[in-house]
Design a protein around this ligand. Sequence first.
Ligand SMILES: *[C@@H]1O[C@H](CO)[C@@H](O)[C@H](O)[C@H]1NC(C)=O
Ligand SMILES: *[C@@H]1O[C@H](CO)[C@@H](O)[C@H](O)[C@H]1NC(C)=O
Ligand SMILES: *[C@@H]1O[C@H](CO)[C@@H](O)[C@H](O)[C@H]1NC(C)=O
Ligand SMILES: CC(=O)N[C@H]1CO[C@H](CO)[C@@H](O)[C@@H]1O
Ligand SMILES: CC(=O)N[C@H]1CO[C@H](CO)[C@@H](O)[C@@H]1O
Length: 460
Amino acid sequence: MTIAKILIALALFVVILNLYFLSVIYSHEKEHDHYNNLKQVDVKRGNKVNLKILKKPFMRQKPRNLSAEINTTILATRKILSAVSNLKNVHRRFSMQTVNRLQSLENDFKVTVPVTSDLWDAAAKWVSERETIPDGNTQLLGSVLNALSSSKIIRAENTRKGTQLKILITLEGGQKALFKPQWYKREEIIAGPVYAGKDRHNGEIAAFHLSLLLGLRRVPLTVGRTVDLRREILSVAEHNLTKTFFQDGNNTCFYGVCYYCRPDDAVCANRDIMEGAVILWLPDQLQLKKHRHPWQRTYRADTLAKWELSSSYCSTVRKNALYSQGPRLLDIIDTAIFDFLIDNGDRHHYEVLSSFGHSVVLLLDNGKSFGNPHVDHIDILAPLYQCCRLRKSTWYQLWMLQGGKLGEWLDRLMRNSHLHPVLSAAHIAALDRRLGLVLAAVHVCIAENNSREDRVIIDD
Ligand SMILES: *[C@@H]1O[C@H](CO)[C@@H](O)[C@H](O)[C@H]1NC(C)=O
Ligand SMILES: *[C@@H]1O[C@H](CO)[C@@H](O)[C@H](O)[C@H]1NC(C)=O
Ligand SMILES: *[C@@H]1O[C@H](CO)[C@@H](O)[C@H](O)[C@H]1NC(C)=O
Ligand SMILES: CC(=O)N[C@H]1CO[C@H](CO)[C@@H](O)[C@@H]1O
Ligand SMILES: CC(=O)N[C@H]1CO[C@H](CO)[C@@H](O)[C@@H]1O
C-alpha cells in the first residue's frame, strides 16, 4: 500500500517536473531573440561572470561543425600563413613618393592657428559623402585637433545610448565630442575572445592616426586628452552624471549611465587627473544609418556564424543589392583590413551617412582595438579572403607602406599627442606583421584567380 502510494507520488512529481521544464524551455525559446541580443552586448563587455549567468541551460546546443570550420577560417589562415612565409622578405625602403606623402601628413598635424570656434565650422565642412577629412587642403587639421584637446569643456552629460561608458561633452564654441576614459595601462594585454574587454581609449587615438596613414579617411577626428575630472567635468556635468561620481580614497571615480554602468564598475582618475580619448562629433545635420555587418560574429562560443561555415559566403552577401552594386562591399573589405590591423573583431554593425547615396562605411567606434599584440585574428579578414577583391587605391596604399615601417610612422605621427606613447612597442610591431598578412591574403586571392590581378584588384 504505502509503496504504491510512494510510487504514485513519485510519478506525479516527475510529471510535474517535466511540465515545469517544458514551460521553461518554451519561455526560453520565446525569448530567444531578446536573449541573444542581451548576450551579444554582454559578451562584448568581456565579463566572464555575466557570461555564465546568461548561458542557456535549457536550449539545445548546436554542435560545432569542426570540419566546416577547418574548411573556412582555418583553411584560409593556413594559406595566408604559408603565403606570408613564401613572400620574400623584401624589406623595401619607402619610395621617395611615400616619404613625401608621410611628411606632408606629418605637417598637417602642426598647429597653425589659435583656438577659435571657426575651427569647428571648418571641421564640419570636411565631412562629405566619402570622407570625414579630405585629402589635401587640411592645413587646419593640427589646429582642430589642438582645439579638441584644449578647449574648455562647458557641458558634460551621459550619452544614454550604448553599452560602454562614455561622456558627451560640449566644448567652448558649441562643438560636441565624446570622451572615452582610460581603463587600461599601455602594456596591459586583453586576453580572451577578440571582442573581450572594455574600450581602449588609446586604441581610438591610434585608429584615427592609422586611418590617415592608410588613406582611409573615415574616422572622426580623435585626440588624447588629460582632464581634471573634478574641475573640468564634474563642475559642468548634468545631474544624472554628477550622481555617479564618488571618492575612492584620494581618487575621483564615476560610473555614468549606460547599459552596463554600475557603481562597482567605475573608472577612477589618479586623484583628479584622468586620461581619455576625445572624439569629434559628426555634424548633427548628417544622419547616421546603422546596418548589421554581414560578417557579424555570433558572440557565442557554441554557435558559428554563416560566414564561418561557408567559404562561399561572399556570394550570399552579394545577392543583396546593397552589396552587389556601388561601393559598399569594397568599403566593407577596406574596413576588414583596417580592423585586422588594429585587431578590432567587434564591428557587429556599421554606420553610413544616410544623406548621401554612396556614403562611405564610416569607421566609428574603434575602442575594441589593440587588445593583444601577440595574436593575429586572421578571421577579421574574412570579407577580404572570402570575396577576394579589394579597391585598387587601398591596395596601392598598403603596397606603398610595406617594408617594416608602418608602425614606426604611426608612432611618429602620434608623437604630437599629449598621451605619447599612445601604443606599446609590441602593438607597434604587430602592425607591420599584420600588414604582411594582409598582403599575403591578397596574393593568395590573386594566385587562386590564375594570377589575374585585375580580378582581385578592382579599379573603381
Ligand atoms: C559540416 O559542414 C560541411 C561543409 O559545409 C557539410 O558538408 C557537413 O554536412 C557538415 N556536417 C555537419 C555534421 O553538420
Ligand atoms: C536622467 O535620468 C532619468 C532616469 O534615468 C531619465 O529619465 C532622464 O531622461 C535623464 N535626463 C537626462 C537629461 O539625461
Ligand atoms: C591620500 O593622500 C594623503 C596626502 O598625500 C596621503 O597621506 C594618504 O595616504 C592618501 N590616501 C590614500 C588612501 O592613498
Ligand atoms: C572542400 C574541402 O576542402 N573539403 C574538406 C573540408 O574538411 C574536411 C575535413 O577536414 C575534408 O575532409 C574535406 O575534404
Ligand atoms: C574569376 C575567378 O577565378 N574568381 C575566383 C577568384 O578566387 C576566389 C577565391 O578563391 C574564387 O571564389 C573566385 O571564383
